[in-house]
Design a protein around this ligand. Structure first.
Ligand code: SF4
Length: 453
């Protein structure tokens, strides 16, 4: 690996040609002149994808995970046979640069290999059948076997795992790696027989091993890099530890200074906790977790989250006390302390099930507020509800239909839409309430622009 900086640009040097496949084992470094800002931008986008992969692995809903993952990959690291040279370069360069960021200790290396392998796997399984065949023919050294000539016992075993249209392969079992452990291959006299469908598992093992070797090499040459590259790598490493651990739904990022303008999109549960914080310059434990995870979910970095809490708490306590008693909890939410789990924001059912202590504004207000207080909130809204709307909301609340009531409340405070943004009958998550609300304000902005034309 050879990185050279000329003035403000970085030259990636390789004696080999550019990688042209839409999926890569990252064995060749691309030849490019690239400025340092672009380089950093590429690396940061890759970090966003890797962190989203990390977050989704704890979500445990396979279908949603796959959908969300391809959304984030398409957004930050799109790669297909139609990709532009710039998109291919971005993928390759960002990978090599992050190798240098994650090569320094065992924990970082394991994290990087795990999430890069998941990214590789996700891309492999999203290839079209033609691209997959092309990738296999270029990267798998064995040819398909003639199924008809096989021993009947092997044929029957293979047909139990796949249909006859598939291609089948025979390789020394020592090369079959994960296929053996996962029982995806039939073993006979030192050979593994399997269908084309499961070759992805062999590529996965190979990818994993190649990245591990690549990280080892990167750690050996780190000291030889130009000082400017070393500085950038250090900066990216610290970004990885702080700014990019936001674990939000779709990879969006909200700056601390933008937060004030976003309060209008908060669901009632978060708005009430926020108001309590502003009023008391303090919040009890449950409120801090509920609001803190929500803020993380909308894209506030751990760095900005610390600024947010500090801004209020320091009106009542010293910086030293704040750091002693509260920084740990904030970092814990972002998976930087304790069990180091990238915790997800609470869903509506979870919040509805909370039991807020007296004077603690956590939980769901459609459950815990008295009818009198709830009515006062409705009467104080900018968009004044009529009697019928008030009665409907109160009856939904009293009937225990918190999420449906919350959806009606959303409709009330976001008037004038031609079509509903949420096709479900109730709000399912405070962060989706926020997302629909942000979309609503975008639509309103567009409408205003149209009017002005
Ligand atoms: S229904 Fe969900 S989003 Fe709405 S207030 Fe309750 S917990 Fe918050």
């Amino acid at each position: 690996m050879d990185f050279k900086v000329k003035n403000h640009s970085l030259n990636f040097v390789s004696k080999q040609s550019n990688e042209l496949s839409c999926l890569s084992f990252y064995e060749k470094i691309p030849i490019n002149d690239i400025d340092l800002e672009t380089l950093e931008f590429y690396a940061v986008d890759r970090l966003k994808v890797l962190w989203e992969i990390e977050r989704l692995q704890t979500a445990k809903k396979d279908y949603e995970t796959a959908q969300q993952l391809s959304f984030v990959i398409d957004r930050y690291l799109p790669l297909s046979n139609k990709s532009t040279t710039e998109q291919r370069d971005k993928d390759l360069i960002s990978h090599f640069l992050l190798r240098c960021c994650f090569c320094h200790n065992e924990e970082d290396r394991i994290w990087f290999i795990k999430n890069e392998t998941k990214l590789f796997e996700s891309r492999y399984y999203s290839l079209s059948p033609q691209d997959k065949r092309k990738f296999i023919s270029e990267n798998f050294p064995h040819k398909p076997i003639n199924f008809q000539l096989l021993d009947p016992m092997i044929k029957n075993s293979l047909l139990m795992t796949d249909r006859l249209e598939s291609k089948f392969y025979k390789i020394p079992f020592t090369e079959a790696g994960e296929l053996i452990g996962s029982k995806k291959a039939y073993l006979n006299q030192g050979f593994a027989y399997f269908s084309e469908k499961v070759i992805g598992k062999i590529f996965r093992t190979q990818f994993n091993q190649k990245i591990a070797i690549g990280l080892q090499k990167a750690s050996n040459i780190f000291d030889k890099f130009d000082e400017r590259i070393q500085k950038m790598i250090e900066k990216l490493r610290s970004k990885n530890n702080t700014f990019f651990q936001f674990g939000n739904q779709d990879g969006t990022h909200i700056e601390f200074d933008e937060l004030k303008n976003k309060i209008k999109s908060f669901p009632l549960c978060m708005k009430l906790i926020y108001e309590k914080l502003i009023q008391d310059h303090h919040l009890k434990h449950q409120g801090r977790i509920q609001l803190g995870l929500f803020l993380k979910g909308i894209g506030l970095s751990v760095h900005d989250s610390i600024r947010f809490w500090k801004q209020e708490f320091l009106k009542k306590m010293t910086e030293k006390d704040f750091e002693k008693d509260y920084i740990y909890g904030i970092k814990y939410n972002y998976g930087l302390e304790g069990k180091r789990v990238n915790w997800s924001p609470y869903s509506c059912p979870k919040i509805i099930g909370l039991k807020p202590a007296p004077d603690d504004f956590s939980g769901c207000p459609f459950k815990f507020l008295s009818t009198h207080n709830f009515k006062q909130i409705l009467l104080n809204l900018e968009q004044k509800p009529n009697e019928e709307q008030i009665n409907e909301l109160i009856s939904l609340k009293e009937g225990g239909h918190c999420q449906v009531a919350c959806q009606r409340y959303w409709d009330l405070v976001h008037p004038g839409l031609d079509e509903p943004l949420n096709k479900l009958s109730g709000i399912e998550h405070p962060n989706s309430y926020f997302k629909y609300s942000e979309e609503y304000y975008e639509i309103q902005k567009e409408k205003e622009k149209e009017k002005e034309k």
